[in-house]
Design a protein around this ligand. Structure first.
Ligand SMILES: *Cc1c(COP(=O)(O)O)cnc(C)c1O
Length: 444
């Protein structure tokens, strides 16, 4: 019998040590118990030679603190990518969040009809404002755009055919692939055209009595250039109408007002697209639309009604937090208060504002940093290959080690020409003071 076992302290007396003062007893007991269990296993496996009680106390306190520390935390995005999928995509406006907080921290009429005094429909809340905003018949909000795609395919094309261009069989980061989604929705994918060229006649020739829908998918995170051709959604809509089948545009992202840096010439706004509305269209709430994670489906009333009857909708339904934030975003757009859309605001900042920010940082730091003009991207599967100008702060020294050091302080920058840079486009004014003190710590 290993006498190390006898050195293991008794839990109920051990937790009363003065080093543990002020800690929650139930949690401490649990942490100590886990520690002791592991200790017993390690003794059995001959992994340890002695038990150091002081070391044990320190390790337990560390473990205790670790459990109480949230894993999800705020970071300073100095990558320059506005809609950064890894860093939370679009930001929610603080004023909008405050309003949503009132809704979520008290009871609300989520599914209650205030006029009739009976059960109401949660989907009606945001639908009213979004329909007004888009000038469309009806809107349905689901958990995200992936859910929207799945729900639409499953509702209208289960065991039937959906025609998609070979140039649009997209994979979005995080394992969303059109052919796979199609398969799990039980719709049958019919690929037409080639990787670089798809013509209207390709769709036309593939239509038969099993065809449920013509689908167009926004290429989002890549572009096909050179000898290439794709069919405009308007053409697809027209064709679908004459053949009496549905047409659906998975738009991915959507922007409403005009954008700076000639971006609006790269692709049409959702208003332009809706001048000749497809039967169904969907996009993400937290890409260029600049709100909370959601999938927004625009369509004819009778099609939206059919989507609502699909049992699967229950699995994609959104909470009051999503609905209220989305509703306030829609109201901001209706009022044209674009200042309440943080992503848009960030994209619209001109270089003078960015330069001012960079100078403010440089003037607060007594070390060698350079201010440089550079380019960045919008991100989030929007406007691939479209550079927009920005201003960065460049650091001398080993880029990788600087990147790691900044990351320890939750500052995420990027490496450009072997130099570590902080991009001022996505740094927020409220973060400036904190960032400056972090820079001082890192480079001192
Ligand atoms: C981003 C995107 C999706 C997925 O949307 P989520 O809101 O991330 O679920 C689907 N289709 C296209 C074309 C996209 O760009």
């Amino acid at each position: 019998m290993n006498n190390l076992y006898r050195k293991i302290p008794k839990i109920d007396t051990f937790i009363n040590k003065k080093e543990f003062q002020g800690l929650s007893k139930p949690l401490l007991t649990k942490v100590v118990k886990n520690y002791v269990d592991k200790l017993r296993r390690d003794i059995k496996d001959n992994k340890i030679e002695d038990i150091d009680i002081d070391k044990m106390v320190l390790q337990i306190i560390k473990e205790y603190k670790k459990i109480l520390e949230p894993s999800i935390k705020s970071v300073i995005n100095a990558t320059g990518i506005t809609i950064h999928t890894n860093l939370g995509r679009s930001l929610i406006d603080e004023k909008i969040f405050e309003k949503a907080k009132d809704i979520c921290t008290s009871y609300c009429n989520l599914e209650f009809d205030m006029e009739q005094g009976k059960r109401g429909d949660r989907y009606e809340h945001t639908a009213k404002h979004l329909s007004f905003l888009f000038g469309c018949e009806d809107v349905l909000v689901v958990n995200n755009n992936a859910a929207a795609v799945f729900l639409i395919l499953n509702t209208f094309a289960k065991d039937r055919e959906v025609i998609v261009s070979r140039g649009e069989l997209v994979e979005i980061g995080g394992s969303f692939r059109i052919p796979e989604v199609m398969k799990s929705s039980q719709a049958k994918l019919i690929e037409v055209g080639t990787t670089n060229k798809t013509k209207l006649s390709d769709y036309k020739n593939a239509i038969n009595e099993d065809t449920a829908m013509l689908m167009k998918v926004h290429k989002s995170n890549y572009s096909i250039e050179g000898f290439s051709e794709e069919v405009d959604i308007n053409e697809i809509t027209k064709l679908a109408k004459t053949k009496n089948i549905l047409d659906y545009y998975d738009l991915g992202s959507a922007y409403l007002p005009t954008l700076p840096y000639n971006l609006k010439n790269a692709e049409p706004s959702i208003f332009d697209i809706l001048k000749n509305p497809p039967s169904l269209l969907s996009f993400s709430g937290d890409k260029l639309f600049g709100s909370i994670q959601a999938g927004i489906i625009i369509g004819k009333k009778k099609l939206i009604a059919k989507l609502k009857k699909n049992q699967i909708l229950r699995m994609f339904r959104v909470d009051k937090l999503t609905l209220s934030i989305l509703e306030y975003t829609a109201i901001s757009y209706i009022k044209q208060s674009y200042d309440n859309i943080p992503s848009l605001k960030m994209i619209c900042q001109n270089e003078n504002i960015l330069l001012e920010r960079a100078n403010k940082i440089k003037n607060s730091i007594n070390a060698q940093i350079k201010i440089k003009e550079s380019y960045t991207f919008i991100g989030g599967g929007t406007f691939p290959n479209r550079k927009i100008p920005t201003i960065v702060i460049e650091f001398t020294g080993d880029a990788i080690s600087l990147q790691t050091k900044f990351r320890k302080y939750s500052v995420i920058g990027r490496i450009e020409n072997d130099r570590f840079v902080l991009d001022t486009r996505t740094i927020m004014d409220k973060e400036m003071e904190k960032l400056i003190s972090i820079i001082k710590k890192v480079i001192s």
